[in-house]
Structure formats: C-alpha cells, structure tokens
Design a protein around this ligand. Structure first.
Ligand SMILES: [Zn+2]
Length: 357
C-alpha cells in the first residue's frame, strides 16, 4: 500500500494502466514515500491477480517471487553502497569489505538491454526500478538513454529522483514526470504515530517530524532505534554549547555516526548533521528575536540559554560558514577534520563574549 497522501496519484495512474508510459520519473522531496510508491507500482504491475486500482495481492506466484527478491521480470538498480547497506542490515554477520560505490555504474545498467529485449517470463510486464536516478554516472546514464530511446512493449522504467535537475536533459525528455508532494503536517503526524505505535514518545515524534521538515519516512527513521540515540546525543552535544565537551572528541563521535563501525551501517550522512546544525542555529537565532523554537521544540530551555549568551553576529557568521560546509558535505573530505573544524566554529559562535577589562 502507498500512504494516504500518495493514494490519489495511485488511483489516477492505475485507472488507466493502458496509458502508462515507458518511463516514469518519480520526483518530490526526500523522505515522502517515492521509493515505496515505486516498489508498490512495480509489485502491482507484476501481480497476476490484482485488477484496476487495487494493490498487489501478496498471494499469487508473482507476488511471492517479488517478496523473495527474485522476480525474473523485475530489476532493481541502486548504487552498490545502498544495496550493501540493505544487505548488511539483514545480515549481521557481514564483515564489510571494500568501500561500495555510491554511484550507479554502467556494469549495473548494461545487462538491462538483454532483460528488456527478451520476452517476459510471466507473460506480463517487465519493470525496472532505478533509484536514485541522479546516482547514475555519465556512462550509465548514456546507456539508459539508449534503452529509453527504443522502448519495448510492456516494459516500464520507474526512475526515482530527489534531484531531477541533476539528470541529463535527454533523459528528462524521455520520461513522464510524476511529482509527489509532501503531505500536510496532520497526515504526516498521523502516519508517523501509526508507524511508531501508540506507546511512542509524542515529543520525539514531534521533534523528528519538525527536524525532517515534515518528511514522514525520514522522521520515522529518526524516531526509532539507532538514529533516535544519535539524535539524543547530538542534541546533548549542542546544548552544552561552549562548555564541557572537548570538540575533538565530539568530532570523533560524529565521524563514527557517518562511517559506521564494523558490522554496522552508517547511521547518518554528514550532510544530515550539517542540516541539523543549521536548524539548531536557526532556532537559537529565532529565540534571540523573540520567535518560536521550531525544529527542536523539546530543547527550548537549552536553546534559550544559548540565545541569551551568544552574539548575533557570531551566529550569523556561523550560518554563512555552514552554507559552505553543506556545499562540500558530499566530497570525500576527511570526516574528522570536517567535524573538528565545524565544532570548533560552533563552540566559538555560541560562547559568551569575554567580559571587557
Ligand atoms: Zn499478486
């Protein structure tokens, strides 16, 4: 099933399956359910029982194949790093190994030519889900382009993208764009509560949703398990301001969140931590000007304390620095140095000015 806020689009699309294009580009903000939509659509098209706007039946032979990850008429293409992370999550004995590529490479895409040129095994659709589409390197993108230029019947490419502006214009022009929107706060919050269960901490859910800018799937990830523990520690570090913690040891801690230890996947990407820090600072600044604490509502006391002591100019200067940090957050810079620098700047910015002599 797709979440409520995507259901109307589902109904519209599946009311006229004969009008499905050869390639669909599913876009929209991160964490709102694009990937779930792509999977559900693939499953539904391959299902041998479902008709009309119904979802896949979960029971037919095709649905069973799909659930086992071995459907002969389905291909899932993602960067090796993502596939690896999923495999590691389901196999705790994995010892890690070489660093997996964060790009979709041509050797992953090349076999698709054979896949779409042979007749389907189950006499229905052939579906390829490719995500994130902007993860394709240039060779892979050119190879996909060739396939899109010579469409075959009953084949659907579902490309999922957070950043369609990074795709080749020639690919964009070959796809029908399907833009999914962020849900209203109310539906996102209700969905999140349902996922987390009745006993979930309401404050943590509120904070997660605010911090993830209303993106429910990101918020759900944040509100549970390892990510929730990281969030709590992150907030603790920032709330201490310039006091207590030595920034070097905090930087070391943050680095481990972004690399993952042996047998563990990384909990966060560094850009997420920069984003959180930007939001934290925006709350401190907002508090200084008498505004609301929007992103970290459970931390109003700590934020108020920092707002009372830090100089506005220092906070604004750090905001500028963070824009630059964010711009290089995807570069393979040394993580420790990256966070050392970031945290030293943070401590300086939130410190109370030295008293005049
Ligand atoms: Zn089925």
């Amino acid at each position: 099933m797709v979440p409520d806020w995507i259901a109307p689009i589902w109904v519209k699309l599946m009311s006229q399956p004969e009008r499905l294009p050869h390639a669909l580009l599913v876009t929209g903000p991160m964490g709102i359910g694009k990937r779930v939509f792509a999977q559900e659509l693939a499953r539904r098209l391959l299902c041998e029982r479902a008709t009309g706007t119904a979802y896949a039946c979960d029971q037919c032979a095709s649905c069973t194949w799909f659930a086992s990850g071995n459907h002969p008429d389905f291909r899932f293409i993602a960067p090796e790093s993502e596939l690896q992370a999923e495999a590691d999550a389901s196999d705790s004995k994995n010892e890690g190994g070489d660093k997996a590529s964060s790009q979709i490479r041509i050797d992953q895409v090349r076999p698709l030519a054979d896949f779409i040129s042979t007749s389907s095994h189950r006499h229905g659709w052939r579906v390829v889900v490719l995500q994130p589409a902007e993860g394709m390197n240039l060779h892979a993108a050119n190879s996909i382009l060739k396939l899109l230029e010579e469409p075959t019947n009953n084949t659907l490419f579902i490309m999922v993208s957070d950043e369609p502006n990074k795709l080749l214009p020639t690919i964009l022009s070959r796809c029908r764009k399907l833009a999914l929107n962020k849900p209203s706060y109310e539906s996102a919050r209700a969905w999140l509560q349902h996922q987390a269960g009745k006993s979930a901490d309401a404050c943590l859910l509120d904070a997660s949703l605010a911090l993830c800018s209303g993106a429910p799937y990101l918020a759900a990830e944040l509100a549970q398990g390892q990510a929730a523990a990281v969030y709590a520690e992150f907030v603790k570090h920032l709330a201490q301001g310039s006091a207590a913690q030595d920034p070097i040891s905090v930087a070391e801690k943050w680095s481990t969140w972004c690399t993952g230890r042996k047998n563990e996947r990384a909990t966060l990407e560094r850009v997420v931590l920069v984003d959180w820090l930007q939001k934290w600072l925006s709350d401190v600044l907002s508090h200084q000007f008498g505004g609301a604490v929007r992103f970290f509502p459970t931390q109003t006391a700590a934020i108020g304390k920092l707002a009372g002591q830090a100089r506005t100019e220092s906070l604004l200067a750090l905001m500028d620095d963070l824009v630059r940090f964010r711009a290089v957050a995807h570069h393979p810079l040394n993580l420790r140095l990256f966070f050392d620098d970031l945290l030293l700047r943070y401590q300086r910015a939130v410190a109370a000015p030295a008293p005049a002599r």
